[in-house]
Design a protein. Structure first.
Length: 571
């Protein structure tokens, strides 16, 4: 379902009277009962086969945040059980993103591959106890025999293979004697169980790709359902917090864990709703496809929902945490509005971003009565939200740059910007009256002419007479060129994941527009630092892109000034 905007802000189910969400309340209750010796140890277990996106952030904000709130610890454990898709690039990126949001696992960095020996030994034990067997059927045959939710499955013809034979085959599987896909190790549970996951789930499969940590030591690798709960147990994890799709997996999680645990200590799985976002896909497979096919510039493309993409676009940890806090953790799935995420970053940057003057689509404005050769300094607020940050100077002279869109010869009735015969204020400077313009042979406006009122300088006594329009500007003689990358939503439809067919056909063709000849004020040009956030007067919020060099300044648009979410909330 789609969460409506009022519900997203005021949903009473998100927290209880103590300000705790349901997960935190259950943790609090377990601690109060003294479960697991009163310990709290959570974990974040990403697969190193892609970059983290904002949905993963919702997960690890809970994992690390709950541990922090209740005096526990949180592990980072890479679920590196499929060497065919894993890469150290992803490992380092995941670490970087977690640190960026302000969390640290300290000395608790683990890998599922740390437990391969224990997992293998447990599998051998289950074989010896008649609880697991080697199946030589194809994956298609196994799937066909699983049955349906309303019809029981059929036993594999290999289900009653002798224990010694199973032990021999499993050992030879790990020695690499058999081809990939030719054999699997399955748990012998119940092919008629109403929970499909209990119908003799696969525990191990053959993979001959060398593992990036263990090399060629292993030829069999554990499946998630077998490895995850056991890894939690080996680490001492008390609360395994995951998303709702793992609810039907929980009985199997508990089944395998009970082969190890006792009354003194047993991990507990708790599920919450995943983060779904409008105009976005969260499927790691689809995001990888966008990257591999060059439909985006990389995992850190500012249109991507990845944390590195959001960081490059100018989103801040504070804004992401605020958004996650607003949508909360519940037990039902919802489609969250991207406008709320945009509202969070807009609120954050309104408080934090320095105001600067940038003209994106410049046209020359000449003040015909301003003395030639004269330059004076105008002073602009760095941030009206923080008066203590003071002001900075901007040079002002006869020739300036303004936005082409701020001038019209024959404007509509409510056009309050520059037009012949009308007055406007140049922000922080003078009131000027347009007297005309110059065009080229194609009718394009190349210069605009105006006269300034020397008695109207901002800040002077008596200079506060009102005019309806205020325009930003940059001094032509001292401006520096910059490239502006104007990003919009990557998809043109609200819920691309709900559409059948090729999701790539839903991409927004206008998700990136590049302006090569923007003009920026000198105070800004002198302070360029990758990752810094600014508010461009009247235009929106922007950040300095990593592509920036001393000779080529690049800004990414983070978000515009218009807050559609706040407007809806006022209705």
């Amino acid at each position: 379902m789609t969460m409506n905007k009022e519900q997203a802000i005021n949903n009473e189910e998100l927290t209880n009277e103590n300000g705790l969400n349901f997960i935190e309340q259950e943790i609090k209750d377990d601690l109060a009962k003294g479960k697991n010796g009163g310990r709290l140890n959570t974990r974040f277990p990403p697969e190193p086969n892609g970059y983290l996106h904002i949905g993963h952030a919702k997960a690890f904000i809970m994992d690390f945040g709950a541990a922090e709130k209740f005096g526990g610890t949180c592990n980072l454990r890479f679920d590196d059980t499929n060497p065919q898709k894993e890469d150290t690039e992803y490992v380092e990126a995941i670490k970087r993103d977690i640190h960026w949001l302000g969390y640290d696992w300290e000395d608790r960095l683990y890998y599922a591959s740390d437990y391969f020996p224990q997992l293998y030994d447990l599998a051998v034990r289950l074989i010896k106890e008649g609880k697991a067997y080697v199946d030589e059927q194809t994956s298609e045959q196994i799937a066909a025999q699983k049955g349906t939710p309303t019809q029981p499955g059929q036993n594999s013809p290999f289900r009653d293979r002798p224990i010694e034979e199973n032990l021999d085959l499993f050992e030879r599987m790990n020695k690499g004697e058999f081809d990939e896909g030719s054999m699997v190790l399955r748990a012998k549970i119940d092919m008629a169980n109403s929970n499909m996951h209990f119908r003799d789930p696969i525990m191990y499969r053959i993979i001959k790709t060398p593992h990036w940590r263990t090399g060629d030591k292993w030829k069999v690798y554990p499946m998630y359902d077998f490895a995850h709960g056991q890894s939690d147990y080996f680490e001492g994890v008390t609360h395994s917090i995951c998303t709702l799709e793992f609810v039907p997996h929980r009985p199997l999680y508990e089944y395998f864990v009970n082969e190890l645990a006792d009354e003194s200590y047993c991990p507990r799985q708790i599920e919450f709703n995943r983060l779904n976002l409008t105009y976005t896909v969260m499927s790691k497979r689809k995001l990888l496809q966008l990257v591999q096919e060059g439909l985006v510039s990389g995992w850190d493309d500012p249109r991507m929902p990845t944390l590195c993409g959001l960081r490059r676009r100018g989103y801040t940890p504070a804004a992401i945490k605020d958004f996650i806090n607003r949508i909360g953790y519940t037990k039902y799935e919802a489609l969250n509005h991207i406008e709320l995420l945009e509202h969070s970053i807009r609120e954050n940057l309104n408080k934090e971003a320095t105001r600067v003057s940038v003209v994106q689509n410049p046209v020359k404005l000449i003040l015909t009565n301003y003395p030639e050769g004269q330059t004076e300094e105008m002073f602009m607020d760095n941030n009206p939200e923080k008066p203590e940050e003071g002001k900075h100077g901007m040079p002002f002279s006869r020739e300036l740059w303004i936005e082409q869109e701020d001038f019209m010869e024959n404007p509509p009735k409510k056009f309050f910007r520059m037009t012949p015969g009308k007055e406007v204020r140049l922000k922080g400077a003078y009131i000027v009256k347009c007297t005309g313009c110059k065009k080229d042979n194609d009718g394009n406006i190349t210069e605009i002419y105006a006269e300034y009122d020397p008695e109207s300088k901002s800040g002077l006594p008596g200079a506060d007479r009102k005019v309806k329009g205020t325009l930003h500007w940059v001094n032509a003689a001292t401006a520096t060129d910059a490239e502006i990358r104007d990003y919009d939503r990557l998809f043109a439809v609200e819920n691309p994941s709900a559409h059948e067919g090729d999701f790539r056909e839903l991409l927004n063709p206008d998700s990136l527009k590049i302006r090569k000849n923007a003009k920026i004020e000198p105070w800004l040009a002198e302070r360029i630092k990758v990752g810094d956030n600014y508010q461009f007067q009247r235009l929106g919020y922007y950040t300095v892109d990593p592509d920036t060099t001393p000779d080529h300044i690049v800004f990414n648009k983070t978000i515009g000034l218009k807050d559609t979410w706040a407007k809806e909330m006022k209705k």
